[in-house]
Design a protein around this ligand. Structure first.
Ligand code: GTP
Ligand code: MG
Length: 299
């Protein structure tokens, strides 16, 4: 099971305390000599290609960066605290607790300051007063992981999604002659002509239901709509489209959709130019599909 959404609590570091001390310049001259406090540590979220879900945040959800060090006498500045860096998988969207978008960490090593450390207090060097340090920002945020992928397979239950996924990736995920076999999204590389593309298999779409896994279509460039209804496939495709649009209309924007009729070993041909016939039993249409995918993705 992949963990694709978590709420975490962040507390950036407070600035260091200022020093309030005296500095003797001569037997008659004494001035303020206190140094400034150091800056509190930021909490930075950083995209890492070594992580593939948000599982690690189930163990620890609370993060605190260190406070800045206090200033010293003789105008000695306190040390800035080190930033706290939290690695997240590439493809993690940061949201506020109401779900509003804040930032999308799409590329390896990309960083975002999620909570800013407070500035250090100002010491009384050459002054008669000090200024208090600032607290670090405190935040509760949502990490919303959207699996990076080039193409995704979607469809109603039992239409042959995982069978096609296995065929295209040489994997052997569970296939069964009953609906709802696939419970979670899985993804793997599909190699075509020395190029690797990431393909996503999804659980079946349930009609009139939330289908939360559809959020992983956000980054797909191609979506394969699958039906095994050799007569009523148009109804299936309409139902798939309706469920996706209901979940989030953005998911179909600027996407290429290929319409696939599966289990084509059971029929001879079909008079519909918009449909690609495929069968994992006799390999019908598999090379043609790969060619179309390759043409589109390697443009
Ligand atoms: N004849 C034939 N049967 C197929 C083909 N592809 C899949 N099947 C069969 O259809 C059934 C469902 O296949 P799956 O790949 O598990 O279908 P799915 O859409 O992933 O199913 P869910 O994960 O439950 O939604 C299995 O019994 C497969 O053997 C095909 O090309 N031809
Ligand atoms: Mg499946």
């Amino acid at each position: 099971m992949i963990v694709d959404e978590v709420v975490i609590y962040l507390k950036a570091g407070r600035g260091g305390e200022p020093s309030n001390s005296s500095l003797r310049l001569s037997s008659r001259r004494i001035i303020g000599g206190g140094g400034d406090g150091g800056k509190g540590g930021d909490i930075i979220l950083k995209a890492s290609r070594h992580l593939y879900d948000l599982n690690k945040f189930l163990i620890n959800k609370n993060f605190k960066a260190q406070d800045g060090k206090p200033g010293g006498s003789n105008n000695k500045k306190g040390k800035n605290a080190e930033d706290l860096i939290l690695n997240v998988p590439i493809g993690t969207i940061i949201r506020d607790i109401e779900g509003n978008f804040i930032f999308d960490l799409k590329e390896d090593n990309q960083e975002f300051i999620a909570a800013k450390g407070g500035s250090g207090g100002i010491g009384n060097f050459k002054k008669t007063y000090t200024i208090e340090p600032q607290d670090g920002e405190e935040k509760k945020i949502i990490l919303d992981y959207r699996i990076p992928n080039d193409l995704a397979i979607v469809g109603l239950p039992n239409v042959g999604k995982t069978s096609l996924f296995n065929k295209l990736t040489n994997k052997s995920y569970k296939v069964a002659d009953h609906p709802f076999t696939t419970k979670f999204c899985v993804w793997a590389n599909m190699r075509i002509d020395f190029y690797d593309f990431v393909i996503l298999d999804t659980p079946p779409i349930k009609l009139n239901s939330e289908n939360k896994f559809l959020k992983h279509l956000l980054r797909s460039k191609i979506i394969l709509f699958l039906s095994s209804e050799h007569l009523n496939y148009k109804n299936d495709f309409l139902a798939i489209k309706k469920e996706i649009l209901k979940f989030d209309p953005e998911l179909l924007k600027n996407k290429k959709v290929f319409y696939l009729l599966t289990k084509a070993d059971k029929i001879s041909k079909i008079e519909d130019k918009n449909i690609i016939l495929v069968s994992v039993e006799d390999n019908k249409g598999i090379d043609y599909l790969k060619e179309k995918v390759f043409k589109f993705l390697s443009r």
